[in-house]
Every structure is written in C-alpha cells, then in structure tokens.
Design a protein around this ligand. Sequence first.
Ligand SMILES: Cc1cc2nc3c(=O)[nH]c(=O)nc-3n(C[C@H](O)[C@H](O)[C@H](O)COP(=O)(O)O)c2cc1C
Length: 176
Amino acid sequence: MNDLLKAMSARRSVRTYADRDVSDADLDAILKAGRLGPSGKGIKPYDFIVIRDPQTIQKLVGCRKGGAKMLTTAKAAIAVLGDEDRSDTWIEDDAVAMTQMHLMASYLGLGSCWLQIRLRPSDTEGKSAEDFARDVLGFPKNNRLEAILALGPIDEAPEPHDPDALDDGVIHQEKW
Ligand SMILES: Cc1cc2nc3c(=O)[nH]c(=O)nc-3n(C[C@H](O)[C@H](O)[C@H](O)COP(=O)(O)O)c2cc1C
C-alpha cells in the first residue's frame, strides 16, 4: 500500500477528544491543507473561522438539533464558509477544504469530525444550524456555512479502514 493510501485508510471520524490543547503548529498545517486543494476556477471562495475559546465552542453545541455532541469535548473547531456571491461551486470547494483538513488532522494524530451545518436545523425551534452559528460567530449573509470541523487530541488511533474491503460494485468500466 502506498503512503497516501495508508494515510487515507487511517482517517476516521472521531467524536470524543482528550483533555489537551491542539498546538498552533498543527492548526497551521491543517489550515494550509484546507487551502491547498482544487477549487472551481481556482477562485477559493472560502473563509475559515478558527475557534479555540472553550466558551464559544460550547455555545456552538446548540447549533445542531439534538446537540452537536462532538463539540462538547472539542479543543478547537474550524468553521468553513463559502462566499456564494463569488462562486457557484462554493459547496464543492468547501467540501474539498473540509476533506483536506480532516485528512491532515488524522495525519497529525489528531481526532476530527465533520459537523454538517448546511441544510440542518439547530436545537432552537425554527432556526437553521447556519443562522444559529451566524449569531454566535457573526459572519455575513453571503458567507454560507457549509460545515464545522471539530478537532481534538486522541489517546488511541481508531481502527483504520481496509482499502481492500471497499465495494468495487460502484466502479463501472467504460459504461454504466
Ligand atoms: C457531508 C458529510 C456530513 C457529515 N456530517 C456529520 C455530522 O453532522 N455529524 C457526525 O457525527 N458525522 C458527520 N459526518 C461524518 C460521517 O458520519 C462519517 O464520515 C461516516 O460515518 C464514515 O466514517 P469515517 O469518517 O470514520 O470513515 C459527515 C461526513 C460528511 C462527508
């Protein structure tokens, strides 16, 4: 197995974190990874809000109906926004950025999990997850919140995926 496939197989969603800080150097590498991916027309219409204040992270727990449980122990969170006025591929561009950051976090031995915000309701009746987070984080209307990456140290790496166990039935040769 090549090194990249090995790193990709080891990436798992982790939803509880140890009580230690995430270093500045790790956050910097994660944020670089998020901006190194492809984006539609190379526009990179995203912005990132790095949240390390425990009080702000705890406020964001209510951004998802039922509570965003992984944020209760997260030591950092990165909100990934896309400017819908700048690009019609902001959703895809944000998803690429999220994926790259999630993979880098795993490579660095950190736990992380994608928290979906777009199209999801918050814990507050009648309020979307996005508007809930907008009230907490103060971002403008045209900057849409795709997702939040919850982050934190872990004591034990989760079981990696087995690339040889993937469903090859989804791969079609030449035609459907
Ligand atoms: C678009 C997308 C949305 C997701 N939303 C959530 C979420 O809101 N909450 C959560 O706990 N996990 C979320 N996940 C993580 C998935 O549940 C997880 O990737 C999946 O169960 C496979 O597990 P793995 O990441 O360990 O391979 C999301 C992942 C993606 C790609």
